[in-house]
Design a protein around this ligand. Structure first.
Ligand SMILES: CC(=O)[C@@H](O)[C@H](O)COP(=O)(O)O
Ligand SMILES: NCC(=O)COP(=O)(O)O
Length: 247
């Protein structure tokens, strides 16, 4: 089975939030992503609503349920009471638990599953009782896998940030190897494997070639950057025409 693509729309919300205007539309662009064959949509609503707002979560959940009933809606975040209640109301297919501090600029590490085992056990059980798949954001370290299994997660999400920022090939190869060994350890104990953070058109194919069993990747920043590049030529032509330029 090919690796599923979940499109993370945080960056679209961040661009929209620059103005008090409704574009670019998070729901509209998610619809386009789904029409293009994405498997699902990912959001990471942060407590300060710097990008995804609570209302986006409900609007996306409604749109996907009505227009793409087979789509996977994936909500990521730190399991505060507010976050858990948001998930319970929005009813995603998957919740990805991330150990982020509210002030953190972006996700930059996975769970310390031993230290947070009581919290994670309680939260996995609560979310799974609602029928949501639970995935735990984890660093590339096979030693962490037993703890993820023990707290009751269904999947792990490999944190690929160090891989995404390793530009020298020998560094990328070393990171890929750690990710591969962690994925193998997870599969050996029956955990599914997702991956995400700073994946791009360049670094994704070698990752999938090394770990073909990755069930799902969630990609936002690189994908949205690529969409802007690929749409620029056509858009400038349209604006030139709007200026009356017939050349
Ligand atoms: C959990 C994870 O890897 C993140 O990539 C996250 O969803 C990105 O968050 P920001 O878009 O806020 O940087
Ligand atoms: N779950 C990881 C994710 O959604 C990736 O986001 P990004 O780093 O590609 O923006």
């Amino acid at each position: 089975m090919p690796t599923h693509l979940s499109v993370n729309v945080n960056a679209i919300a961040q661009l929209r939030n620059r103005r008090n205007l409704p574009w670019p539309s998070v729901v509209g662009l998610s619809r386009i992503a789904m029409q293009a064959g994405a498997y699902g949509i990912t959001v990471h609503p942060r407590p300060d609503e710097r990008h995804i707002r609570r209302t986006d979560v409900f609007d996306l959940s409604d749109m996907l349920r009505k227009e793409f009933p087979a789509a996977e809606f994936n909500i990521e975040g730190y399991p505060s009471e507010d976050f858990l209640e948001l998930c319970e109301k929005a009813k995603p297919a998957q919740v990805t638990l991330v150990p982020d501090d509210p002030a953190q600029a972006t996700s930059d590490h996975g769970w310390d599953v031993a230290k947070d085992s009581a919290l994670l056990t309680r939260v996995c059980s609560r979310l799974k009782a609602r029928g949501f798949r639970v995935s735990l954001f984890l660093d590339a370290d096979p030693a962490l896998v037993a703890g993820a299994k023990a707290v009751g997660a269904d999947r792990i999400e490999l944190y690929t940030g160090p891989y995404g920022s390793a530009f020298a090939e020998h560094e990328a190869a070393a990171e890929r190897e750690k990710l591969k060994r962690t994925a193998q350890a997870a599969e050996a104990v029956g955990l599914g494997v997702n991956a995400g953070h700073d994946l791009t058109l360049d670094n994704l194919p070698p990752l999938i070639a090394a770990i073909p069993s990755i069930a799902e990747v969630s990609i936002g920043h690189g994908l949205v950057a690529e969409a802007l590049i690929r749409g620029m030529t056509e858009t400038v032509k349209l604006y030139r025409r709007a200026c009356g330029d017939k050349g």
